[in-house]
Design a protein. Structure first.
Length: 396
């Protein structure tokens, strides 16, 4: 019906299409309204709404101290009775609640649907214990990248709902393609893109996912969808490399309207960020890592990734004392930070070592080594580098 109306109304089709897509969300709005106002935050017991695997550590938190608790099945039977809290945690992040009490029900391993009730009647929302409890969540997280795709239309068929918009491809700088919009804006950043790609590629390296049916446009092409989605980010990296071998640090929207008023296809043209050694070091490590994983599926693309990584490494070698990161869209700028400069060179060396087995790169890795005293972060690449270094010995 929607398609017939769009054809019938001709020039008014985009407006009508937007209205039709809005109607797709109407059942969800009605359902939400029927539930009434939401309960105040942390007014009940907090248990994982994703659920728990049977052999996992299973804990919940309570806004009040309790003497004991019961885990109750969907049929009303008591599956487990537990004792008092295993620990209490002081907090200053929950307003009037200054202490959280934690209960443990790890010993319950029988699959089923449950809720937790304490001795004073406070209850949790229902949750599942299942062997496949993370399957739907993992699929949803992976599919979330589709909605962030830049320079393309997000269409109703693949959005599977009203979350659609037109293409912003004509707003991109010449030659720039694909990538993912940032979480809170439409700009594309070297730091966040490389971090996301590292974890996507690590999931491929660690678990070899084969699913090719997650509902993205590439589903059914014979390549695991996780690799298809990662390629969307890798293609952006390739498109922001200069002939010099260096990589731009961002594809930028420098200003935005009030939240909720911005549409990707109705923004000003994007501005390309500057080329620098920090963005280049990140890209080299990521592209080299990716070349190993894509080779069984697309040898030509894998070689393209590795060639780009090698060119980027030459760019770094020619600028041994430079730690440059341009000023455009400065949200993640790290210009003249020698620690970050060493981080990214460490990451670049580890990625190329993994891709080429050239043991001379071990010297580069060690010369740029940064102690692993921080968490892995989109702003620090040293932990990513160490993980790639260890992967070299696992794969070879």
């Amino acid at each position: 019906m929607a398609a017939l109306l769009v054809v019938a109304f001709g020039p008014a089709a985009p407006t009508l299409k937007k209205a039709v897509n809005g109607l797709r969300g109407y059942p969800a709005w009605v359902q939400r309204a029927a539930r009434g106002p939401e309960a105040p935050p942390f007014s009940g017991l907090a248990a994982s709404q994703v659920g728990y695997g049977p052999s996992m550590v299973k804990q919940f938190s309570s806004p009040k101290r309790f003497a004991f608790f019961q885990v109750v099945s969907a049929s009303g039977e008591v599956a487990l009775q537990g004792g008092p809290p295993v620990r209490e945690i002081p907090t200053d992040t929950l307003g009037a609640i200054r202490t959280v009490w934690v209960g443990d029900f790890t010993s319950l391993r029988i699959p089923g649907r449950y809720r937790i009730v304490t001795d004073d009647g406070i209850s949790s929302y229902p949750f599942d214990i299942r062997h496949d409890v993370f399957n739907s969540t993992l699929r949803a997280v992976q599919r979330a990248f589709y909605y962030q795709r830049a320079f393309t239309e997000i269409d109703a068929e693949h959005a599977q709902g009203p979350w659609v918009h037109g293409s912003d491809a004509d707003l991109a700088p010449p030659g720039v393609v694909k990538g993912w919009h940032d979480a809170g804006d439409f700009s594309l950043y070297s730091a966040s893109t490389n971090s996301a790609l590292f974890w996507l590629l690590s999931a491929v390296a660690d678990f070899s996912p084969q699913e090719d049916d997650t509902g993205i446009p590439e589903s059914g092409n014979g390549v695991p969808d996780l690799l298809d989605e990662a390629r969307w980010g890798l293609e952006w990296l390739l498109s922001v490399q200069e002939p010099s071998g260096g990589f731009h640090n961002t594809t930028c929207q420098e200003s935005y309207g009030p939240y909720g008023t911005n549409w990707p296809e109705r923004m000003p043209p994007y501005r390309g960020g500057e080329v620098g050694t920090i963005a280049t070091g990140r890209a080299v490590g990521t592209l080299a890592f990716a070349s190993v994983l894509y080779r069984p599926h697309d040898a030509g693309f894998a070689e393209r990734l590795l060639d780009a990584a090698r060119a980027g490494y030459r760019f770094l070698r020619n600028r041994p004392a430079e730690n440059s990161d341009g000023p455009t869209c400065p949200a993640m700028r790290q210009h003249d930070d020698p620690i970050v400069g060493r981080d990214v060179r460490m990451y670049a060396a580890a990625g190329l070592l993994l891709a080429t087995s050239d043991h001379r790169l071990i010297v580069d890795f060690e010369e740029n080594y940064q102690p692993l005293q921080n968490d892995p972060s989109y702003l620090r690449s040293n932990v990513y580098a160490a993980l790639l270094y260890l992967l070299c010995f696992r794969l070879y």
